[in-house]
Design a protein around this ligand. Structure first.
Ligand code: AMP
Ligand code: ZN
Length: 136
């Protein structure tokens, strides 16, 4: 179902222009207008789901199948050296468009630091506490 005021629903409906790399009845893959690298693309399900929490399981698995196909094709055509697959959920996680999307970011040797986090150094005991919280 299309959601009013959703920029990606408008792109899917053809109301806002986009450069479409791939389309079928379930998905549209477009170039990101603010690319991190050459070829940065977004997989959009045509149905509106705000995030991965809302995405049906079947669609979630189909997104990854399509990501794999797109990666192969883009690697062949762009001659990139690797890929980051990024998917943000929630404002705190950096999500700015609240229509589920998966970023496909081609990586090239010496393209600089695009995604970086500072690794913590918890003890095994601290990790065990977290494991307990999640699994019990
Ligand atoms: P996120 O921060 O994960 O929600 O990513 C949203 C992405 O959508 C950003 O990388 C934006 O550059 C991209 N974006 C926003 N508007 C458009 C648009 N009209 N066409 C293509 N990409 C867009
Ligand atoms: Zn939408």
């Amino acid at each position: 179902m299309k959601q009013d005021n959703c920029i990606f629903c408008k792109i899917i409906a053809g109301e806002i222009p986009s450069q479409t790399l791939y389309e079928d009845n379930q998905f549209k893959v477009i170039l990101d207008v603010g690319p991190a690298t050459k070829g940065h693309a977004l997989i959009l399900p045509k149905e509106h789901y705000a995030n991965l929490y809302e995405l049906p399981e079947d669609t979630a698995s189909d997104v990854f199948k399509l990501a794999k196909k797109m990666m192969a094709k883009m690697t062949e055509k762009l001659h990139c050296d690797g890929f980051n697959i990024v998917q943000n959920n929630g404002e705190v996680a950096g999500q700015t468009v609240f229509h589920f999307h998966m970023h496909l970011i081609p990586r090239y040797k010496n393209d600089g630091e695009i995604l970086k986090y500072i690794a913590g150094s918890p003890s095994q005991e601290e990790l065990a506490e977290i494991k307990k919280i999640i699994t019990e």
